[in-house]
Design a protein around this ligand. Structure first.
Ligand code: C5P
Length: 253
């Protein structure tokens, strides 16, 4: 059997060469990391849930005309994606105060922000992904002004879409992170939503109880991460309601 060409291995995913030019296979691992990989564990079934949830969100975005890298799910842990040049920024959208913005600005966790706030961090693990401004982004040439206008518009459209989707199943979208890729088409280029959208990269709280249904469960040792992600998948109809939160979730095709 021929070995596949590994293009990149990150903390939670592996990218392999795809079957056709311009494609990649994205494999979701069970590894969970937090605090820039200072805290690590293997969470049985996490990769399967994130593969399916990311497919669900990206498909929905494609459906409403927000371009994403997602092409199709291949199996329980892998999806076919468009190969794109990742802009070295983490684009964070916040609706409610949580996480680093609370520490930075002394805000109370859970406070509704006056409006969605978009932040940019420079993707560099060694530096701990520092917060940067549009001045840094322009000065160091990480993205052009046109890119930044497009990124802001994509980020806010993703926020509206995900907030509405979550509200419909009794979940508050507190904040999330996306990554943006660049694809070339002859003389043209355009941007798309890349990487993943999953409870690893969002903060999701139950609207009634405030229960955390995202990676903070792992970061703060609040219980079973698989149970939390299964709950999100079940509410969204991605996972059958009666399937136990176990290592082998039953997926709805
Ligand atoms: O840690 P912080 O509060 O800045 O995170 C904001 C949002 O971005 C959270 O939903 C978090 O899960 C996500 N994030 C991420 N990957 C990072 C940093 C933040 O998915 N490297």
């Amino acid at each position: 059997m021929a070995r596949r060409t590994k293009i990149y291995e990150g903390k939670a995913k592996i990218l392999y060469e795809g079957p056709e030019p311009g494609t990649l296979v994205q494999y979701f691992k069970d590894d969970a990391t937090a605090f820039n990989a200072e805290k690590k564990d293997i969470i049985d079934g996490k990769g399967v849930l994130n593969n399916r949830l990311s497919e669900f969100f990206m498909n929905g975005l494609n459906e409403i005309g927000v371009p994403t890298h997602f092409l199709k799910r291949i199996n329980m842990r892998e999806q076919l994606i468009r190969n794109c040049e990742i802009i070295p920024l983490e684009v964070i959208v916040r609706n409610f105060a949580a996480g680093t913005i609370c520490k930075r600005l002394g805000l109370e966790e859970g406070m509704r922000l006056p409006r969605p706030i978009v932040e940019y961090c420079y993707k560099d693990d060694a530096l701990g992904d520092p917060l940067v401004t549009e001045e840094h982004i322009a000065a160091f040439g990480w993205a052009t002004q046109q890119d930044m206008d497009d990124i802001l518009s994509l980020a806010l459209r993703v926020n509206d879409f995900l907030s509405g989707l979550m509200l419909g199943v009794g979940i508050r979208l507190v904040d999330f992170k996306i990554e943006i890729g660049r694809v070339y088409d002859g003389d043209f280029q355009h941007l798309l939503v890349a990487d993943e959208i999953s409870p690893d990269s969002c903060r999701l709280w139950d609207i009634e109880t405030g229960q955390k249904l995202d990676k903070d469960v792992f970061r703060r040792d609040l219980g079973s991460l698989t149970d939390a992600y299964t709950e999100v998948a079940q509410r969204l109809g991605v996972l059958a309601k009666n399937s136990p939160a176990a290592s082998k979730p039953t997926l709805i095709s």
